[in-house]
Design a protein around this ligand. Sequence first.
Ligand SMILES: Nc1ncnc2c1ncn2[C@@H]1O[C@H](COP(=O)(O)OP(=O)(O)OP(=O)(O)O)[C@@H](O)[C@H]1O
Ligand SMILES: [Mg+2]
Length: 385
Amino acid sequence: MIVLEHVNKVYDNGFHALKNINLQFKRGEITVLIGPSGCGKSTLMKLVNALNTPSSGKVLINGKNVSELNPVELRRNIGYVIQSVGLFPHMNISKNAGVVPRLKKWDKDKIEQKVNELLDMVGLDYKIYGTRYPSELSGGQQQRVGVVRALAADPDIILMDEPFSALDPISREQLQDELIRLQQELHKTIIFVTHDMDEAIKIADTIVLMKDGEVIQTGKPDTILRHPANDYVRNFIGSNRLQNENTYEIPLVDEVMITNPVMAFPGRGLAEAIKMMEMKRVDSLLIVDRNRQLKGAVSIYRVLDQYGEEGMTVADVMQPVRYSVAPGSTLPEAIEIMDNHQLSNLPVVDSNNQFLGLITRGSVVKHLAQIYPAMVPPLPNGEDE
Ligand SMILES: Nc1ncnc2c1ncn2[C@@H]1O[C@H](COP(=O)(O)OP(=O)(O)OP(=O)(O)O)[C@@H](O)[C@H]1O
Ligand SMILES: [Mg+2]
C-alpha cells in the first residue's frame, strides 16, 4: 500500500506543482492518474520512486517513509515504464529486459529464464527478438520490451507514465489487453498515468482525476461515470460516454431462460408424470422427444383430470404449446406475452421447433437480481467503496 499524506511539491522556481495531496494506492490494484498536461501526474508518480521529493508531507510505502529509504535500492524494487521507452540502444532486447535483475545480481540462468518468460507473455518470441537491437523493433514492440523490463525483477510496485501514448490505436488496445491479462496473473500495485479516459476506464481499478496540482475526484471508473463530482469531471469524461454508460442493456431471453427445465418424453405414463411433478415441485411438464423437439405441454390439473385407465401416456393428454419465443427475443417481449396470456412460463423454441429453454417467473427474478446492482446508483456517502 502506498500512501500520500498532505503532500505538497513546490519546484525550485517556486511553481506549486502538487497541492495537499492525500491518496492511497491499494495493493494489487491498478490506479490510473488522469488529467490535462501539466496537472502534476508525473510529478506525483515520481514521488513514489524518490525521483522527486515532497516539499512537505509524507510518502509512505507499506508504512515506511520513502525519504528514509535508500533511493537506489528503492528504485530497483519499483518497476518504471516511461513514455519514451528508454531502451539502451547498444544492448540487445534480452540484455535490455534484464537490466534490473543484473543490477540485483541475480543468477544468470534465472535472469534468462525470467526474461524469456516475460517476452513470451507480451507476445515477443525471445528466440526471434531476444538478440535484436531496439532500433530493429517497431514502436509497439519497444513498448512491450519496456513493460518487460519493468516487470523483470518482479517488483511489487510498477509505475507506468503514459506507457502506450505513442502507439497507434490498435497496438495500444493490444497492450492494454495484455496489461489487464498480466495483472490478473501478477497482482502488482500499479500506478498508471494517461491522458486518455477510455484507457483509464478500461484498465483502472481506481481512477484519480487531477487538475492544477490537485486531486478533483477519486473512485472506481463506474462511480466516476455515474457520479462526476463537478462539471470539470463531466467534461473530462465527455457527455457521450455518460449517456452510453447509463443505458443498461436489454437482456435477451437466451440469457434469462433456464436450460434444464423439467421435461418428459411423450411415452411417460400419467402416474409417472404426476410423480415427476411432485418430486420436482412443478405444476406442468414440457413434452419433448429424444431430439428435443417440443411436442406439447401438460399441467398437473390436466393429468389429474384425464387420469384413468392404465397405459395412458402424457402424449395422450398433452396440449399443443400455443405460445413461445424465438432465441434472440428480448426479455420484455417475453414478459409481455406471459402477461397477456397469464402464463407462468414460456418456452424458447428455434425455427426448427427445437426446445432451447424456458423462461419462468423464477428465472426472470433471478436474472433481474443479478443485473440489479448495475442498474441502481451506489449508496451515498461512499458506502459502496
Ligand atoms: N523541474 C521542474 N521545475 C519547475 N517546474 C516543473 C518541473 N517539472 C515539472 N514542472 C512543472 O510542474 C507542472 C506539472 O508537471 P508534470 O510533469 O507533473 O505534469 P504532467 O501532469 O505529468 O503533464 P503531462 O501530461 O504533460 O506529462 C507543470 O506545469 C510543469 O511545467
Ligand atoms: Mg507527465
